[in-house]
Design a protein around this ligand. Structure first.
Ligand code: HEM
Length: 201
């Protein structure tokens, strides 16, 4: 393995390390809410997912990023989240603006990589969530579509994505922007979780 490859494969590791505590906190907040206790609680969780995916959508549609990450637009799960909301009898909420997601002012490549890392990564843990959703009579065809894995397998789908991230040429400054952006995406998700879940009490 070349030095460049070693350095490159460290990028996803750095993202993981930099956001480990944030992921744990978010994961704990979601599980404490017990989104699988009933369909209403689960629908609140899907509403949270809607805001997160909606915020990241400009990056999934960004041309510069699409040139770097294969099949980027097809990775978006926003449409599936919308269908899940409809399955659960929920309307589509008004979008909540997220910091760092306005591609017109963002530095789209490093900022997008940070956000996309968070949203794509959430599909890894979704295997467990999809299993839990079956308790509520939901599946990858109804109500829990957005938790489904890619037909070729979650692991391979993820590795292809992280290989794309690792191959992008970034300056040290860009790396810092990317890491801060991933942290920002987790903060936004935490804010959503805190707001949506506390509203139900
Ligand atoms: C919207 C909320 C969530 C977001 C944004 C999120 C984000 C992420 C990210 C970025 C990764 C990839 C980490 C890496 O390998 O670099 C990941 C992996 C993982 N997440 Fe989450 N996550 C969320 C909710 C959850 C919840 C609720 C659980 C479970 C209770 C969970 C369990 C996991 C697990 C087990 C993995 C590792 C899977 C594996 O290595 O196969 N996540 N998540």
């Amino acid at each position: 393995m070349s030095d460049q490859a070693v350095a490159a494969s460290g990028r996803t590791m750095r993202l993981r390390e930099a956001t480990r505590a944030a992921h744990e906190r978010l994961d704990n907040a979601i599980m404490a809410y017990d989104p699988f206790s009933d369909r209403e609680a689960y629908a609140d969780f899907v509403a949270m997912q809607f805001h997160l995916h909606q915020a990241a959508e400009p990056f999934f549609r960004n041309r510069e990023l699409a040139a770097l990450l294969p099949d980027l637009a097809q990775r978006s799960r926003l449409d599936k989240v919308r269908l899940d909301l409809a399955d659960l009898g929920r309307g589509v909420p008004d979008a909540i603006p997220a910091p760092g997601c306005d591609v017109a002012v963002a530095n789209p490549v490093p900022q997008g990589l940070g956000w996309l890392y968070v949203v794509e990564g959430s599909n890894l843990g979704a295997a467990f969530l999809l299993k839990a959703a079956t308790k509520l009579g939901l599946s990858d065809l109804f109500g829990a579509r957005h938790l489904a894995g890619d037909p070729k397998g979650r692991g391979l789908h993820w590795r292809q994505f992280t290989a794309g991230i690792d191959a992008v040429d970034l300056t040290d400054g860009d790396e810092t922007v990317m890491i801060e952006s991933a942290r920002g995406a987790f903060s936004f998700a935490q804010r959503l979780a805190d707001g949506i879940f506390s509203a139900r009490g």
